[in-house]
Design a protein around this ligand. Structure first.
Ligand code: CO
Length: 499
């Protein structure tokens, strides 16, 4: 029996904490586990990209580039992988080519080995530039197929897409099932077809949200999938990936045995379990299986957005109406896969349609741009009636959206000026100007977000201690005269002057 070990990509440093803990895991916690991860023998670790970039600056006061460099140093033996949203890079809109090029060069330079590139609409025009640059920079280019279910998405279409991505120079393919929709049998069929007709290595990425994750990975493994994405068990399940140890244990003694050491994985799991406790307040709180994914095919992250929108409008009674409207809006818009940013576009529009009481009477700016073609080509044509209602007789663009964008590098460089100390800083600013500018200002004052907080806490503690000492000193002690010095201390305490 020929051995063909299944290889593992671990997601705890990117997707798992993005899915479970609102992307809040700090670099120091990542570093505390990195050298152990490095010893396991994973095919890769996903450590960067997706929502981690802006979240680091926005909420953690951390430089995402510095995180990458530190992880690189701590994990010299493991391929480091990132998620790149095609022309959206790590943001939520299209960026011009000069920014995309510089971003990929910098990501590569700072430590990325594998670029997983996807587009929400599977429009390869939004992927090919990033793929070409990553390839030129000597990285492994993993082109992703955004998996979804609709009347216009067939196994044959996904295979056709896989062939095109191979022609564009992809080194491997990823089936990116961001919502946990792929059934074990669909996974078997799709992996078999891609392996047979494209011939590249195939990696399967799914989420456990629907409860099918482990079964889907297993059927994909039977079909010959090369790599699967999993998360260490204490960071797995619900909206995250299937658990690593379970897959390792299932395959032990078979021709697809991963060869990974379960006890070493168990150690990591215990430590990660402890680290996770620090982030309790950010827990997504979706336990076990989310039936809405099975019933409405709406991804978990999209539902939490939807609920908060409805709460703001005081319209929670419309929840199921909106859930029913989502598939209709998706049909009208030509069946986009529901992933950032199309999931937000469809969710917001469905909510507007229900709350206003007339479909497309009110239209979000993003929906209008989508219909104009500024996100790329929809998988199926947009309903002509709906299109007319939204943009009238205006003709949608047919070119690649990024072709209409002016170069951004020089402009960003000038705007941020001396605040930027490196190309990486300029890129942070070019991607997220409102977030990066205050971040860079704080950092340049010598105060990363954390040091600033620590200094503030230290100042308060010091003040409290001084106050306590003064109180003690000033308190009259039985049988003793209160000295003038003590009275002086008390007066200061009451007057509040501590100089
Ligand atoms: Co994912």
């Amino acid at each position: 029996m020929d051995k063909n070990p299944v290889k593992i990509c671990d997601t705890i440093l990117r997707d798992a904490h993005q899915s479970l803990l609102a992307t809040r895991m700090r670099t120091e916690d990542m570093l505390s586990i990195a050298s152990q991860l490095d010893k396991i023998g994973y095919w890769s670790c996903e450590v960067w990209g997706g929502a981690t970039f802006d979240t680091a600056m926005r909420f953690l006061g951390e430089d995402p580039w510095e995180r990458l460099r530190k992880l690189r140093k701590a994990m010299p033996n493991t391929r480091m992988q990132m998620l790149l949203r095609g022309q959206n890079l790590v943001g939520y809109k299209h960026y011009p080519d000069d920014i995309a090029e510089k971003f990929i060069i910098a990501a590569r330079r700072n430590g990325i080995d594998v670029f997983r590139v996807f587009d929400a609409l599977n429009d390869i025009r939004n992927m090919e530039f990033s793929m070409r640059i990553a390839k030129r920079e000597g990285a492994h280019v993993q082109a992703a197929i955004s998996y979804t279910i609709s009347p216009v998405h067939t196994i044959a279409d996904f295979v056709k897409l896989g062939c095109k991505l191979a022609e564009l120079g992809a080194d491997s393919l990823c089936i990116k099932d961001m919502a946990g929709l792929i059934t074990p049998y669909a996974a078997y069929e799709l992996v078999s077809a891609l392996k047979k007709q494209v011939g590249l290595h195939v990696q399967l990425h799914t989420h456990y949200t629907s409860g099918m994750g482990t079964a889907s990975l297993l059927k994909a493994i039977e079909a010959g999938v090369d790599v699967v994405d999993t998360a260490i068990s204490s960071m797995a399940l619900s909206t995250s990936q299937p658990p690593t140890e379970t897959i390792v244990a299932i395959l032990q003694g078979t021709d697809r045995d991963t060869g990974l050491d379960l006890s070493a994985l168990a150690d990591i799991s215990r430590q990660m379990g402890n680290i996770r406790k620090k982030y309790t307040s950010f827990e997504a709180g979706i336990s076990a299986v989310d039936v809405n994914v099975l019933q409405f095919q709406v991804p978990g992250g999209m539902l939490s957005n939807l609920i908060s929108q409805l709460r703001q409008q005081n319209a929670m009674d419309k929840y199921y109406d909106v859930l029913d409207e989502i598939p209709r809006v998706r049909r009208d818009l030509g069946y986009p896969p529901l992933v950032t940013p199309s999931s937000q576009i469809v969710g917001v529009q469905a909510t507007m349609n229900v709350i206003v009481g007339e479909r497309y009477k009110m239209v979000s700016e993003e929906t209008r741009q989508y219909v104009r073609g500024y996100y790329g080509k929809s998988p199926a044509p947009i309903d002509p009636e709906i299109q007319k209602k939204i943009i009238g007789s205006e003709q949608p663009i047919t070119c690649r959206p990024a072709d209409l964008l002016a170069p951004g590098w020089e402009k960003a460089k000038q705007e941020i000026g001396a605040l930027a100390k490196s190309d990486e800083d300029i890129l942070s600013y070019a991607l997220f100007p409102q977030v990066a500018k205050p971040f860079l200002e704080r950092r340049n004052k010598g105060l990363g977000g954390k040091e600033e907080v620590a200094a503030a806490i230290a100042a308060v503690l010091l003040q409290q201690k001084q106050a306590k000492d003064a109180m003690k000193a000033a308190a009259p002690v039985a049988g003793k005269q209160t000295s003038g010095w003590k009275a002086f201390g008390r007066r200061n305490l009451q007057g509040g002057t501590w100089k």
